[in-house]
Design a protein around this ligand. Structure first.
Ligand code: URA
Length: 232
């Protein structure tokens, strides 16, 4: 929201008065005087007028969870446990999931209240790599890496998936990197080459690696370094 709007909304001052207050150096955003009425200020920034607090600035929250099987990547559900059930109730309000995993999938799940940040992780156009360890019902055929690299046609969305990379680990196991996060993406890609996924574990999103000291079901805040690994 524009700075002048925050002042006028909260205090019943006119937009013109707000502009004057800002231009004359009475307003601080995150403790620095700001003279630009049209600047966009998010809910995580503090705003003060002559030292008096107008907007506190919410805490940004970024969590990494080692997701167990059987938990839904949703914030509420009538019939299944959700990943939010694993998070301290005080932290739950406002959290959303940055890139869902299927109920049966495990591994790295990121939760945050910062929508701008999480869009960098999940927007298909931004092409952040997501790395999965995949187990399959049948041996992975020799043409699978090439088919994935060429992209798989998804009839429902009428699109071809971005080139994906497959490293064979054993006849029925692979490490696969995809650059989108479409609905059941890997299950559908393996189905398209006549195979079936039996287990899926996410190891990495962008440069954020699942912390191997986290037990299944445990979570921790992302470090500043991990948060900053995302492109702007
Ligand atoms: N692809 C899938 O099919 N499922 C997941 O949970 C993640 C990627």
């Amino acid at each position: 929201m524009k700075l002048s709007r925050i002042l006028s909304n909260r205090n019943g001052v006119s937009r013109r008065q707000a502009n004057l207050l800002i231009a004359s150096g009475h307003v601080a955003v995150n403790d620095a005087i700001c003279r630009e009425p049209a600047i966009e200020v998010d809910r995580f920034s503090s705003v003060r007028v002559d030292g008096a607090i107008i907007q506190t600035g919410e805490h940004r929250l970024y969590l990494m969870l080692n997701k167990p099987q059987g938990f839904l990547s949703a914030t509420v559900d009538d019939s299944h446990r959700t990943v939010l059930d694993l998070i301290d109730p005080d932290l739950r309000p406002d959290l959303h999931i940055a890139g869902r995993l299927d109920r049966s999938s495990t591994g790295l799940l990121i939760l945050t209240n910062d929508g701008h940040w999480s869009r960098q992780l999940t927007e298909p156009r931004i092409k952040i790599p997501k790395v999965y360890r995949v187990s399959t019902a049948y041996p992975i055929s020799p043409e699978t890496p090439q088919r994935f690299a060429e992209g798989i046609w998804f009839e429902f969305e009428q699109l071809t998936t971005s080139p994906a990379h497959l490293d064979l680990l054993s006849p029925c196991k692979a490490r696969v990197t995809i650059y989108e996060g479409r609905y059941h993406q890997l299950k559908r890609m393996f189905h398209a080459v006549g195979n079936r996924v039996t287990a899926l574990h996410r190891e990495r999103m962008g440069n954020i690696l699942l912390d191997d000291t986290l037990a299944v079901g445990e979570y921790r805040p992302l470090t500043t370094g991990e948060i900053n690994l995302m492109p702007d």
